[in-house]
Ligand binder design. Structure first.
Ligand SMILES: NC(=O)c1ccc[n+]([C@@H]2O[C@H](COP(=O)([O-])OP(=O)(O)OC[C@H]3O[C@@H](n4cnc5c(N)ncnc54)[C@H](OP(=O)(O)O)[C@@H]3O)[C@@H](O)[C@H]2O)c1
Length: 298
């Protein structure tokens, strides 16, 4: 198939391009700048420079493709996420670029859209499992960009077109967020939010890349994508082992956690996410877990 990937130079996008090329697809990676070109070519894709906020530019880029995969995001790393303007770029990408991408894909005659979304949008569900039918906790206006993005993908899925929305669990691997967490763990600084007995569901980047390939086989709809959920205490231990630290990763004190604000508060939610729907529909399964030795170097 001919597949266009937006966000192709990002953490998720690079994995998607590589996995799609390995599966035999012809992949066009979209970037806004010259220095993105060798990154995409290095993963086996063909690079195109385009403006992801301009639906005319995008429609020209998407013409002749069967599928568009949107992986755009700009998530601030660490406690920088508490700064007032830290999420402005990420918000614009979801509220504006994702909408332009869905519209341009329809204009260009693309038949399928695969849209990255986040499992963080579910509420805290204690130790109960979270399936796709659980209502999202998105009332706060901070989540509006993500809701607009989902609506745009749902709107795309008319007139015989299909849209697959992947609610990805918390990514881990060789990325800025995890690298920051490993460094803090090594230095004995607190890094984790939530409670040790709460659940976390993780997704290694390599498995996220494979999920975009698997999503080509899924019917229209929402799918959770993550590994086997574990307690945060277990994750603290796994971070400590991977960081070769003296002990497990530390939790922020309750008083600090109470002040983190809406955006980071999602990371305090206990989320035991089931990916059974995605696994049974596509045959995808997670291959790297937080207790797989060397996961931060893969
Ligand atoms: N579910 C999750 O847990 C989750 C989800 C997403 C990200 N993250 C984490 O967040 C961290 C950062 O990843 P990220 O995906 O947010 O960022 P990233 O890896 O830096 O990728 C951003 C991508 O979006 C494009 N982009 C960024 N800002 C743009 C803008 N203003 N206009 C147009 N294009 C723009 C970039 O393309 P250009 O080539 O044009 O620069 C790049 O391809 C990583 O550690 C990742 O693991 C986690």
């Amino acid at each position: 198939m001919r597949i266009a990937v937006t966000g192709a130079t990002g953490v998720l996008g690079q994995e998607a391009v590589e996995a799609l090329v390995a599966a035999g697809h012809e992949v066009t990676g979209v970037t806004r700048r010259d220095r993105g070109v060798p990154v995409i070519e290095g993963r086996g894709g063909t690079a195109v420079i385009a403006d992801v906020f301009d639906s005319n530019d995008l429609a020209r880029t998407f013409r002749g493709h069967d599928v568009v995969i949107n992986t755009l995001a700009k998530v601030p790393v660490g406690m920088a996420a508490m700064r007032p303007l830290a999420w402005r770029e990420d918000d614009r990408l979801h509220a504006e670029a994702s909408v332009a991408i869905a519209q341009a894909a329809a204009t260009a005659g693309v038949r399928r859209l695969i849209q990255e979304s986040s499992a963080y949008l579910y509420p805290d569900n204690g130790s109960d499992w979270i399936g796709e039918d659980l209502a999202l906790a998105v009332r706060n206006q901070a989540f509006r960009p993500r809701v607009r993005e989902m609506r745009a993908a749902v709107d795309f899925a008319t007139s015989g077109r299909s849209a697959v929305i992947l609610r990805l669990a918390q990514l881990f691997g060789r990325d800025p967020h995890t690298t920051h967490a490993l460094k803090a763990t090594r230095e004995g600084d607190p890094i984790l939010l939530g409670r040790p007995d709460g659940y976390i569901t993780l997704l290694h980047h390599t498995d996220a890349g494979r999920a975009f390939v698997a999503a080509l086989r899924a019917g229209s709809g929402f799918y959770n994508v993550g590994g086997e959920p574990i307690t945060r205490a277990r994750w603290a231990k796994d971070l400590g082992i991977e960081a070769k630290a003296k002990g497990p990763a530390k939790f922020y004190p309750e008083i600090t956690q109470a002040l983190v604000g809406t955006r980071l508060d999602v990371q305090r939610r206990s989320q035991r996410i089931s990916s059974v729907r995605f696994m049974s529909e596509t045959g995808w399964w997670p291959t790297i877990g937080p207790s797989t030795p060397g996961w931060s170097r893969r």
